[in-house]
Design a protein around this ligand. Structure first.
Ligand code: OGA
Ligand code: NI
Length: 338
């Protein structure tokens, strides 16, 4: 528990164990504030301009691996409430959070800090609460009861965001030209909600909230609140993804990159810290079930006549992914066919 970064109040200096080696520090100079990651209006287009919408999603997924989504059907009020209950959770007295703290990644609902505290060389400036969400009734009993509105708000939110994620996966199916319903069943079975808390940091030049990584799953829908911090790597340049009011940040994960046979990009991103204000974000990850075999869709391999990746069991990949992210290694190398 004492490991939680949020439990270290009024911290004046960055503790030694959080200081990144110079080559891994965020170099502020290379940063471009980005208005170029596309902002896509979902329900303004889904009926009338469906083809155009699909094309924009595919282009964004190919070029950036990221887009922002407005007019997505999840009520503004629910998005705000969700970030608010997340903030409230991380502000609870440490005793109230204690029962959730665990270093065991197999635990269904757990609070921890950084990525893999006991095994990593340097720590990252974030605390994280994550839990399964789908089906709701199987998991809600493990979630925090405090804040008292947590289960109600997070439950509503999880259901709405899962629905939205499945709508996006359907559109992506159309864009890839593979059979509709491809992602139904095992490939989209698991939903994990991940609440990040990045407290103010006395020297943001020395730390990161999260290191460079791409997400391992199919698709991520992130509610990043109003405080900036997320950056996306494109052409070796870090682009700041500025918050757009009431928009979700959507990104492609490694599993979807592989299934799309490289047509969509699981783009690398990271989180920088800031000195002034805490940042709380809520990410919903749609994952394949552990026993899924991930491989390029047969039709896409047939069309371009070669697979870019070999098949792998999803659970094996996720284990490797956590270790590689912690150590700064690229996790996909061993699955690429060159
Ligand atoms: C993540 C992530 C971004 C953010 O949780 O994988 O990239 O802005 N989060 O919190
Ligand atoms: Ni991520």
């Amino acid at each position: 528990m004492e490991k939680l970064i949020s439990s270290k109040h009024n911290i004046q200096h960055v503790p030694e164990s959080y200081i990144l080696p110079p080559e891994r520090r965020p170099r502020q100079v290379a940063l471009h504030s980005c208005t170029c990651v596309p902002v896509i209006d979902l329900y303004g287009n889904i009926d009338r301009n469906r083809q155009d919408l699909v094309q924009r999603i595919m282009e964004a997924g190919q070029e950036f691996g990221f887009f922002q989504l407005t007019n997505h059907g999840v009520p503004e009020e629910l998005m705000k409430e969700t970030v608010k209950v997340a903030e409230e959770f991380f502000q609870l007295p440490v005793e109230d959070m204690a029962s959730f703290y665990s270093e065991d990644p197999r635990k269904g609902c757990r609070l921890y800090t950084s990525i893999d505290y006991d095994h990593e060389k340097v720590h990252f400036w974030r605390d994280n609460l994550r839990h399964h969400c789908h089906p709701l009734e199987d998991h809600v009993g493990e979630w925090p009861r405090n804040p008292t509105r947590y289960r109600e708000v997070m439950g509503n939110y999880a259901v709405r965001v899962r629905e939205l994620s499945l709508v996006l996966l359907d559109l992506i199916c159309e864009g890839l030209g593979i059979q509709s319903g491809y992602f139904e069943g095992g490939l989209s079975k698991v939903q994990i909600m991940s609440l990040n808390y990045y407290p103010p940091c006395p020297d943001p030049a020395l730390t990161l909230g999260l290191p460079k990584h791409a997400d391992p799953n199919l698709i991520t829908v992130l509610n990043q609140g109003a405080v900036p911090g997320l950056q996306v790597l494109r052409d070796e340049e870090w682009l700041a993804l500025e918050p757009v009011p009431n928009a979700f940040v959507v990104n492609i994960g490694h599993a979807l990159q592989v299934i799309s046979n490289g047509m969509l990009r699981g783009a690398e991103h990271r989180v920088v810290t800031n000195a002034d204000i805490a940042r709380t974000t809520v990410a919903s990850f749609i994952h394949p079930s552990n026993d899924s075999l991930i491989h390029p869709a047969a039709l896409l391999v047939y069309r371009c006549s070669l697979p870019l990746y070999r098949a792998f069991p999803y659970d094996e990949f996720v284990r490797k992914f956590i270790k590689d992210t912690r150590d700064g290694e690229p996790p996909m190398k061993e699955y690429e066919i060159s």
